[in-house]
Write a new protein. Structure first.
Length: 236
């Protein structure tokens, strides 16, 4: 896969690595970028222990699993993803690798975790592609150790972000060229001692987004900064 890295000078901000796909214009949204019209999944809608949950929200069906067909999950702990989704049609693998759990380090627990708990990848698929996706990731004990990557319906990468703060960090991705985000993978790519989970998944089309940065800059506004004091994760 040919990935073009855009150099952006931004202290403490995540950098989007944008794909070379024509018409792709992914920008990084900060917290507060979604209006009340956006759809939200808090993972409190289904019981603790639910495996690979599926939600129907806002006319969209969102399915959760470990990876997409074409990606491989590494062995051991933590587990990460290698490879790329199979071209032609983005398809989710649901093999029991994600689960709703409690997390004492997240004030809005419950959360969705990969496997092993807090140390495995999480991927999700929209039945209808969206223009914008946001979520809370963490609790992070290292900077730059996890990656969130968006894909179109054909499995092509639209771009990716690494975490830029400790604690709970908000991630927001918006495709200014249209509703092209069909799926997202979130996985460990470096040192992350305590692992991560996701919560408060927010999504929708362009009309649910405010405060959009200039697409030409591909850059990085108002990212949420988590606590700068690392702490041990506690599973509830």
């Amino acid at each position: 896969m040919n990935i073009k890295s855009f150099a952006i000078a931004a202290v403490g901000a995540s950098t989007i690595i944008a794909s070379g796909i024509a018409n792709a214009a992914l920008v990084n949204l900060g917290p507060g970028s979604f209006t009340a019209a956006a759809s939200v999944i808090t993972f409190s809608e289904q019981p603790f222990g639910t495996v690979d949950p599926v939600y129907s929200v806002g006319g969209n069906t969102i399915s959760f699993g470990t990876n997409f067909v074409g990606q491989s999950v590494t062995a051991g702990s933590p587990r990460t993803l290698t490879g790329s989704p199979t071209g032609g049609s983005l398809s989710l693998v649901q093999d029991g690798g994600t689960r709703i759990v409690g997390d004492g380090s997240n004030p809005t627990s419950p959360v969705l975790s990969g496997s092993p708990t807090f140390n495995g990848p999480i991927s999700f698929l929209f039945s209808t592609p969206v223009a914008a996706v946001g979520l809370d990731g963490g609790y992070f004990n290292a900077i730059g150790g996890t990656t969130i990557e968006a894909f179109d319906v054909n499995g092509a990468s639209l771009g990716s972000i690494v975490n830029s703060a400790l604690g709970i960090e908000f991630y927001g991705l918006f495709d200014t060229s249209g509703s092209n985000i069909a799926g997202v993978s979130f996985y460990i790519t470096g040192n992350e001692p305590a692992g991560f989970a996701i919560d408060n998944l927010t999504f929708g089309n362009a009309n649910v987004v405010r405060h959009v940065p200039e697409p030409a800059s591909l850059a990085l506004v108002g990212l949420g900064i988590g606590s700068l004091i690392a702490r041990r994760r506690k599973s509830a």
